[in-house]
Design a protein around this ligand. Structure first.
Ligand SMILES: [Zn+2]
Length: 211
């Protein structure tokens, strides 16, 4: 059984690497044998995914950010900004991937995850983590074939956008008027494909799953 790391003792310590969480994410969602493994993440078996806890509150467009996936270093960062960021990444993750830099950096808002753990909302943690993993994608060509780097033979990585971005208001007014919304409606109608028992088992928090 894969048990979520205990983070209750370390809350409020700014940014810090989350090796236990990274391992749990890989064992649970990416490895073929993982309790919540999905083919959608199969390409990530080759990916170097760094995971960072943040205890800093961050609001974007009036919403609290709970997680973020990015390809370090971010585009548009040059010169000293880039150098400083790369040095920081090397300090945090230099020992993770035999000295190679990470393909993806996932930052998780620690107080939220800690709170979910406390309240036994394992399902909410799994949803957040899998949301961020869905952003960690492999580039495809115009026919949808996955692309690989000529230089390294490794997948070409990219950050995938959301399948659907929507206001509840527009759906209330116009229903599922686009392909994305129709897909969303189908998913709602089918219901979740993971049951509570599976989520509870995987997270091992023992508390009833309410989230
Ligand atoms: Zn997202």
């Amino acid at each position: 059984m894969n048990t979520l790391p205990d983070i209750s003792e370390t809350e409020g310590s700014g940014f810090r690497p989350a090796p236990d969480m990274a391992e749990w994410m890989r064992e649970t969602f990416i490895d073929e044998e993982g309790g919540l493994s999905h083919d959608r993440h199969a390409h990530l078996r080759d990916a170097r995914i760094a995971v960072l806890w943040s205890s800093h509150e961050y609001e974007r467009r009036g919403q609290r950010v709970l997680g973020k996936a990015e390809q370090p270093p971010p585009h548009g960062i040059y010169g000293w900004d880039r150098g400083r960021m790369m040095q920081q990444l090397a300090k945090w993750f230099g020992g993770w991937f035999d000295g190679e830099s990470p393909d993806f950096l996932i930052t998780l808002y620690e107080p939220y995850v800690a709170n979910c753990l406390e309240e036994g909302r394992a399902r909410a943690i799994c949803a957040l983590v899998e949301h961020e993993l869905c952003h960690c994608a492999q580039q495809t060509d115009e026919y949808g074939t996955p692309e690989f780097s000529d230089a390294t033979g490794r997948p070409k990585w990219t950050i995938a956008g959301h399948d659907a971005e929507v206001f509840v208001h527009e759906v209330a007014r116009y229903g599922a008027y686009s392909d994305e919304l129709k897909d969303l409606r189908t998913a709602f109608e089918k219901g979740p494909s993971t049951d509570e028992a599976v989520v509870r088992g995987v997270c091992g928090c023992g508390a009833p799953v309410t989230g």
